[in-house]
Structure formats: structure tokens, C-alpha cells
Design a protein around this ligand. Sequence first.
Ligand SMILES: [Zn+2]
Length: 254
Amino acid sequence: MKYNYIFLFFLLSLFSTLTYSEQTSLPSISIIIDDLGYKQKEDMLALSLPGPIAYAILPHAPYTKEVAIIASRNGKEILLHQPMQALENNDLLGPGALTLNMTEKEFVKTLETNINIMSNIIGINNHMGSLLTRHPGHMQWLMNVLKKNKYIYIDSLTSTNSVAGEIAGKNKIPFLKRDIFLDNKTDFEYITKKIFELIAIAKKEGTALAIAHPHFNTIEILSKFLQDIDKYGVKLIGIKSLTKIRNNEYYIDI
Ligand SMILES: [Zn+2]
């Protein structure tokens, strides 16, 4: 009888612990700052943001290596922000872009060269790419390189017709897609509104992934928001943590 009582007590305490931990697991947000490598002052300010913010750095930019080294030294996750051919404005792609007219050999060599510029990236997200991300053949070449290196692919979702998620799924590549851009306009009012949208998505879906850019207003607002993040009922998590939550089906150890 005594043992039954002890066992019951044990079960009850286990149950209350589970309930408690469920209540305390807040909705999670992740933030990637991309387009880094060109504006030293803004990039350095972005690097000073607190917590597990991820940094997506363009290859072959004047400050590519500097940003990558400082971010890694500060324990931040870094991504290659890979330029990919868009439907328009391809003059903004910058060097190291992947384009439709490349052979597989040229494509893979360009991508691997970009990857090797930075050490310890955890994955790749696309810079532009509204044309290239629609093409299954080219996305398969990309996934072959990612698979070999155990990288995560994050779709910036510059085209609603992107097939990157589908091809990543077929190849069992850890995959994330962007939920919201925070600063397509750079005034305080717009960015603040987008942060509230980000919080709302996280509360509805459990997680939310934002992409932002190294603009002075974005950094100022994010810095204030992150200082008080608990008050908004959400928590900030890194890209690897978000990948574990969203890819539990076929998560590859990374
Ligand atoms: Zn970009």
C-alpha cells in the first residue's frame, strides 16, 4: 500500500513537471540578418545585437571575411548568403552568383568556392533567386553540395514558385523557409509593425523565422525589442534549434 502511494506521488509529480515545462515553453522566433559584407559600419552594429541572431554573409564582398570572423568569435551562427539569378535586377546579384546558363560543373565550382571563403557556416540562404529557385534541376545540384557538407538550406522565399523546399525534402536536407521580411520599408513604423506580425506568427504556429537587413533603423528597433523580448511572450532561438523543431521527421545531425 505504501509503495502504491509512493508510486502515485511519483506519477503526479512527473505530470506536474511536464505540465509546468509545457506552460513555460514560449513560442520561438529566429532572426537572420542578411546582405552582410558591404557596409562596414552597419554590419558591425548588426553584429552587436544580443542573443542567437544568425548572420548571412555575401561572398566576395569587401568585409565578407571580417564579418564572418567576428560573428564566429561572438558565438553566432553564420550562413552563406548565396546570390542566385532573379527575374529582374540581376545587376544587384554581385560576384559569385549561380545562374541558369551554368553547366553543373560551373555551378558546383562557384558554390564550393563561395562556401570555402568562410569557415564554419551552418548553411545557405538565397540572395535574390526568384528565377533560379523555380528550377528543380539547378536546385538538385545545390542540394547535392549541401548534403555532402550537412548544411541547412533556408529559403528566403523570393518567389512563391520556389521548388527549393520540395527538392530539399526529397534529399532529406534540413530545410527552413522565411516567414516574414522585417524591413522591406525602413521607417520605424513599418519595422515595428512587422515585429508584431512576427510575434503573432510565432504565437499561432509555435515558431516564426524572420529575415532583416543591416539598416540603422532595423538594428535600433531590434536591439530594443531583444532587450525586452520576454515581455512579448516569445523567445529568440538560433537556426540550428529552429531546424530541430521544424525538421524532426528527417533531421540530420548537424
Ligand atoms: Zn539578399
